[in-house]
Design a protein around this ligand. Structure first.
Ligand code: FAD
Length: 471
């Protein structure tokens, strides 16, 4: 086979974006993927299906809660879980099939198979089990290789996944019945989002977290506000609690816990979702054939240009350092394609927003107050509550706040943290401001439409210098 200018292993949101961008820049690209569909974790078993379930479950819970306040009477509200899951699957199908079309349009060659490095400048593609007609043992010479194999859920050592009672997020996106009792181990984004889905659909949900707080990367005050909002939804949060063991007894899982004061307890559940983190997929990737040594966390070390220690081999997305987020993987996909095509390297990396799609949503970009202080920066803080925002009132979603962290003296915006309605959309304005070094005065001078939720961000920016109008 003729040498490809670029072979990409893994067609997730990192790999497929790199493929399209490289093709746009005129490179001959081959994309190797072992799943039957393109789009990786995000489209198949991550971002998209979870958001589909969050939307359906929020509607269901909202209708069950009643719309009396709006003067709207609702009859009996029924749950058809199979139909709800079909909707989710249709959305996933539409997106993944759309990607296949995009690859054709951009003349990216897609090979089904398990890819691995096979020494400098070579990728080997093994056929998938049961697919002898696939990419049978092909070797692809490649001028450049991008590793984009993503990550997989980590089991607890004493509680391996069985796909039935002890599950990862993948199975928790596709339960065929609402579990009576669900224990979620891990209060990160995945645990809180899927815990919310099943709670809204009727499960009794207990979230167990080793740390004394939710979302350790989030601003403390904002994370506490989310914690307060989740409790009345009936999600039991057991923080500072260690899972010390588990037993499968009959149809139940008995989970042993040790609480903050050393007290022990055993909780019974029908299903346990282990959401304690994800690890990079490097097994069988042939890293040793080009001398790449993963770091202590199993990630592939890369330089500022996303190049590994092996010449011509790059890595992106969940496989490399940084938050395991889809948009970070895609951003790196574009950057690596441009670099390989000979464009200048990346300048200062852009700040990466982070969103948790609970109700209310939590979103953040830039430094938290704690991080800024740890870095020796002198900070000033602005806040505004959604309770004082007209649009939030009309939506009936007044929980939450916006918090702005800025630097004294330079007036630089350092971070924006929100918990509240449509935080996932509001954070985009803050991300633009941070990426372009907009100051507090710069953002304060922007005219915001009324009545909008974005006015809450504007008020928090004004509050930094104590000039908020509605405070
Ligand atoms: P992946 O998307 O994991 O893609 C890697 C691809 O490589 C996979 O298709 C895999 O099959 C393939 N592959 C692996 N090894 C090989 C091999 N040897 N040969 C061939 N192919 C191979 N992020 C967000 O930003 N927002 C969210 O709302 C969000 N929600 C999430 C919800 C859940 C439940 C989960 C699990 C994750 C969520 N994420 C979210 C994280 C997001 O999915 C990942 O950060 C993102 O998918 C990483 O992209 P990637 O391209 O690095 O890897």
């Amino acid at each position: 086979m003729a040498e490809s200018e670029l072979v990409i292993i893994g067609a997730g949101v990192g790999g497929y974006v790199a493929a399209i961008r490289a093709a746009q820049l005129g490179l001959a690209v081959t994309l190797v993927e072992r799943r039957p569909t393109l789009g990786g974790t995000c489209l198949n078993v991550g971002c998209i299906p979870s958001k589909a379930l969050l939307e359906s479950s929020e509607l269901y819970a909202g209708l069950r809660g009643g719309l009396d306040e709006h003067g709207i009477g609702v009859g009996e509200v029924r749950l058809d879980l199979a139909r709800l899951m079909q909707r989710k699957e249709a959305i996933v199908r539409q997106l993944t099939e759309g990607l296949a079309g995009l690859m054709k349009k951009n003349r990216v060659t897609v090979l089904a198979g398990q890819g691995r490095l096979d020494g400098p400048g070579r990728v080997r593609v093994e056929p998938l089990p049961g697919d002898p007609a696939g990419a049978a043992g092909r070797q692809l010479p490649a001028a450049a290789v991008v590793l984009a194999t993503g990550s997989e859920p980590v089991p607890l050592p004493f509680l391996p996944f069985d796909g039935e009672r002890v599950v990862s997020s993948t199975e928790a996106l596709a339960f065929d019945q609402v579990p009576g009792r669900l224990i979620v181990i891990g209060a990160g984004a995945v645990g809180l989002e899927l815990g919310s889905v099943w709670r809204r659909l009727g499960a009794q949900v207990t979230v167990v977290e080793l740390l004394p707080r939710l979302l350790p990367w989030a601003d403390r005050q904002v994370a506490s506000a989310l914690e307060r909002a989740l409790k009345p939804q009936g999600i039991e949060l057991r923080l500072a609690t260690r899972v010390t063991g588990a037993r499968l007894v009959g149809a139940e899982v008995l989970v042993s816990l040790q609480g903050p004061k050393g007290e022990v307890a055993e909780l019974a559940a029908d299903r346990v979702l282990v959401a304690v983190g994800r690890r990079p997929c490097t097994a069988g990737l042939g890293l040793e054939t080009v001398g790449i040594v993963p770091d202590a966390g199993g990630r592939v070390p890369v330089d500022a240009d996303l190049q590994t220690t092996a010449p011509g081999v790059y890595a992106i997305g969940d496989l490399v350092a940084g938050p395991m987020l889809a948009h970070k993987a895609s951003h790196e996909g574009v950057a690596v394609a441009e670099r390989i095509a000979g464009q200048p390297g990346r300048s200062e990396p852009a700040p990466i927003p982070n969103v948790v799609y609970t109700h209310p949503e939590l979103a953040a970009v830039g430094l938290t107050e704690e991080e800024a202080r740890e870095r020796g920066l002198t900070v000033k803080i602005g806040r505004s509550l959604f309770r004082g925002n007209g649009r939030a009132l009309t939506l009936g979603q007044v929980e939450g706040l916006v918090k702005v962290v800025a630097e004294v003296g330079t007036n630089r915006l350092l971070g924006v943290h929100l918990v509240g309605p449509r935080a996932s959309d509001l954070i985009a304005e803050a991300a633009v401001a941070l990426a372009h070094g907009v100051t507090v005065d710069g953002l304060a001078a922007v005219v915001h439409a009324h009545p909008t939720l974005a006015e809450a961000l504007h008020e928090a920016v004004l509050d930094v210098d104590k000039r908020a109008i509605h405070a």
